[in-house]
Design a protein around this ligand. Structure first.
Ligand code: UDP
Ligand code: MN
Length: 258
């Protein structure tokens, strides 16, 4: 049958969380044979996310793992200081290896693993591009790294270098949204994981280095000439009025889930 696409998404509690999850889940609903692994950055599974998933209409697995406090960004820290979502992606990988790892050789179903942050924008075409992934497939990502786009450069059907605004010498100067890995490869390399202490810009490399070489990458999206995913970021809503009204006891109903 059709290879299953396993989408691993780290997520955390904030004002825009439900809006982000609504947007992403309603994209994923259009994709056949997809299994969403949603991993909360939290010591427990929240009611908001649990209820959200029950009504999502998706096939899913709900996991949680808190980012260790010392690895967490503090309010006011620059966003590039520490990688976000590393522990959660690893928890998704752990679940996959535990669940799918029992199957052997020919028994093992065809599958693809993709790491989809909750705030990006995904074209449906992207999922069909990645579905045939044999090792690691790659494509450009729009609006990322201070560039219009970043992505692999393909010559004669092979990735020869990367178009990036910063440190092209990194082993894999790719955004998280710019690659997918075959389930078979993930299971064949049980130690491959994201290094939560990786220096800025090296999180993707910390995982991919243990899996492939640049020469083995499979270029998708018309030989990496099309942008099918955008590294969009959502503005943090201002709560100026809310805070002012709250002081007068007139704040919004805290029982209203937003
Ligand atoms: N994330 C998380 N815990 C955090 C911050 C972020 O689980 O403390 C998740 C977030 O929901 C997203 C992913 O990690 O799915 C990447 O975070 P973000 O989108 O903030 O990173 P950026 O856009 O700066 O690359
Ligand atoms: Mn983001």
């Amino acid at each position: 049958g059709l290879p299953t696409i396993y989408v691993i998404t780290p997520t955390y509690t904030r004002l825009v969380q439900k809006a982000e999850l609504t947007r992403l889940s309603q994209t994923l609903l259009h994709v056949r044979q997809l299994h969403w692994i949603l991993v909360e950055d939290s010591p427990h599974k929240t009611v908001l996310v649990s209820e959200f998933l029950v009504h999502s209409g998706l096939t899913y697995t709900h996991l949680n793992v808190p980012t260790p406090r010392e690895s967490k960004l503090q309010e006011g820290d620059p966003s590039w200081l520490k990688p976000r979502g590393a522990e959660q992606r690893n928890e998704g990988l752990r679940w996959l290896r535990e669940t799918a790892g029992g199957q052997q050789g020919a028994q093992l179903e065809e599958g693809v693993v993709y790491f989809a942050d909750d705030d990006n924008t995904y074209s449906l075409q992207l999922f069909e591009e990645m579905r045939g992934t044999q090792t690691v497939s790659v494509w450009p990502v729009g609006l990322v790294g201070g560039m219009r786009y970043e992505g692999p450069v393909v010559e004669q059907g092979r990735v020869v270098r990367f178009h990036t605004g910063w440190r092209p010498s990194r082993p894999f100067p790719l955004d998280m949204a710019g690659f997918a890995v075959s389930l078979r490869l993930v299971l064949a390399n049980p130690d491959a994981h994201f290094d939560g202490n990786a220096p800025m810009g090296f999180l993707e490399s910390s995982f991919l280095q243990g899996l492939v070489t640049m020469e083995e990458l499979e270029p998708k999206a018309d030989m990496c000439t099309k942008v099918l995913v955008w590294h969009t970021r959502t503005e943090k809503p201002k709560m100026k009025r809310e805070d002012a009204l709250q002081k007068q006891g007139l704040g919004s109903d805290p029982g209203m889930e937003v």
